[in-house]
Write a new protein. Structure first.
Length: 255
């Protein structure tokens, strides 16, 4: 396919949490679609390694960024805009998972950290990115939420609350800036086979045995599948989609 016909040709994207499996899959898919990508993560070395091994390292830059820190988020956005000259897409993918405990047993610091990273981090990145996005045609804020922002599991209160709040933030950005041509959308994956999941359950087989039956499709998603959904939402194919959430959850919330 000619580069001028690729869905993100000429677009510049930030992907946070890019040292992780899902962030790296999204960043890599955007590169294959023609974008230039800033790979952001608290683990800068991890982001650099991912970018170096990605499909187009010459169109990549890796930056250290703690999304929950206002100055760090601002500096990363400004560095990206300075490096590439513009910004078209912000993907807020960085997230943490809190200890699995009932609300009455959950530590206050764990609660605050979940909201600081999963919600405030997305707010801060959007806050600093929006002035650049408003100058770019076809600009998009894409927030990676979760099926657990729609439903919940025992002990998942902090994570579920943070992801539900992220859905609300998405709608607010969409409504605030629709007249200026900026779209905001969210993507809610179900369980995704990542290293975070395998560490929790001990192996891919154990994770699948525990989680696949909760999804009517009978399996867990791959990072590549979620990256394809992210590409759709970030591209002009979704030009009339804003202020809403796409559930890519294998039917998890349908039962």
């Amino acid at each position: 396919m000619e580069s001028s016909r690729l869905p993100l040709s000429g677009r510049i994207a930030i992907v946070t949490g890019a040292a992780g499996d899902l962030g790296a899959a999204i960043a890599g898919r955007f590169l294959l679609a023609g974008a230039r990508v800033a790979w952001l993560d608290r683990d800068r070395a991890g982001a650099e390694a991912r970018a170096r091994l990605g499909p187009a390292p010459e169109r990549s830059v890796a930056l250290g960024c703690d999304v929950a820190d206002a100055d760090s988020a601002r500096q990363a956005v400004e560095a990206t805009a300075a490096h590439f000259g513009a910004l078209h897409i912000l993907v807020n993918n960085a997230a943490i998972v809190s200890p699995r405990l009932p609300i009455g047993e959950l530590g206050v610091d764990d609660w605050r950290r979940a909201l600081d990273v999963n919600v405030t981090g997305a707010f801060l990145m959007a806050k600093w990115a929006i002035p650049h996005l408003l100058r770019a045609p076809g600009a998009v804020v894409l927030n990676i939420a979760s099926q657990l922002g729609h439903v919940t599991n025992p002990g998942a209160g902090a994570y579920s609350a943070s992801k539900a709040a992220l859905l609300g933030l998405t709608r607010s950005i969409a409504v605030d800036y629709a007249q200026q041509g900026l779209r905001a959308v969210s993507l809610s994956p179900g369980s995704v086979m990542t290293s975070r999941l395998t560490r929790r359950y001990g192996s891919e087989a154990a994770a699948s045995a525990r989680l696949a039956p909760r999804h009517p499709l009978g399996r867990i998603a791959t990072p590549a599948e979620i990256a394809e959904a992210a590409l759709f939402l970030a591209s002009d194919a979704a030009a009339f989609v804003t202020g809403t959430d796409l559930l890519a959850d294998g039917g998890y919330t349908a039962v």
